[in-house]
Write a protein that binds this ligand. Sequence first.
Ligand code: NAI
Ligand code: MG
Length: 356
Amino acid sequence: STLRLGMIPADGIGKEVLPAAQRVLEALGSAIPRVEFVPLLAGWEEFNKNGKALPEATIETLKIECDAAMFGSVSSPSHKVPGYSSPIVALRKHLDLYANIRPVKSVQGVDGKPVDMVIVRENTECLYIKKEEIHDNADGSKVAYATRQITSYASSRIGRMAYELALRRQAEREAGASSSVHHSQPKVTIVHKSNVLSVTDGLFRETVRAVSQEDKYKSVKTEEQLVDSMVYRMFREPEIFDVSVAPNLYGDIISDGAAALVGSLGVVPSVNAGDNFVMGEPVHGSAPDIEGKGIANPIASIRSAALLLSHLGYTDAAAKIDTAVDNVLREGKYRTPDLHGKSTTEEVTNAILKAL
Ligand code: NAI
Ligand code: MG
């Protein structure tokens, strides 16, 4: 059988780090089925060329011809541009990739507290439904509104994803998976702000709590954290967190924060997962400040490929990649400047290929 993988580098360093992930996948040989890479277009550059940030052909090819996909990063402008909307947000919607799973682990040899946590970010609603409006007041000033949507449907399925993951991580630990943190019991932390947003975050909290009551999740401990104190505690004592589940915007923000704890956004992977499709994607953006210099850290992208394989059931191949990456990081000889090294994207990728 062949694994058809849609490859969407999109913009900026996405074009530099996605090929690195492809090289690693190609080097796996018989550990995985034959992979056919299907190059696909999307992004800000594509929008400026052809008027569409997410061409129909890309969506159709993904839906009809691909088993899974890898996404690089997109350069979304910070101001409104008529006709443009973020292709990654749209892709998550089109493919119903309702969970963004973001494991964050300490890098050996990088100073910091021990971290081994996963952020499970709801991926389809919250403020990211982008229902915004702006009005002129009588006095000439302006007022803008955004609608925040939280449904019991989406909260329940993301909650279930978090509890399943907590059980899976516990099983991996029991099977001897190494970790810098000792988690004595699987745990899910529900992140919200329902002391203020008692209706929307209240619904999220109640719905995930109801999932936690299901019999099969009896062994999982449930805690809650208001999102602001979540950030505080995450920086002071990140080792207390195992799986955290959050509405879309909070999940987006705390995962960049968590990335800072382990030294760089350049090492933090993710997958966008639904019931029928999965797409790997580094957590970082297009990094215009280092674009074109050949120094982007390829590890987030390479780890995203591993996470993707693991989701497709190729756990041994995924573990091979992770071990190779860990070895290169531990050795410390080849690191990109974000990790205070002097190596290029290519040198780090070559080192990982060699370690494989
Ligand atoms: P960013 O994640 O692109 O960069 C933040 C900082 O981290 C920069 O200093 C950058 O150089 C560094 N960095 C990120 N990835 C790195 C890597 N692999 N190796 C080394 N250093 C790395 O976030 P920023 O600058 O706020 O946004 C830039 C653009 O990316 C914006 O247009 C934004 O809309 C877009 N973006 C796209 C995302 C996506 O495609 N899913 C996610 C976040 C932002
Ligand atoms: Mg983000």
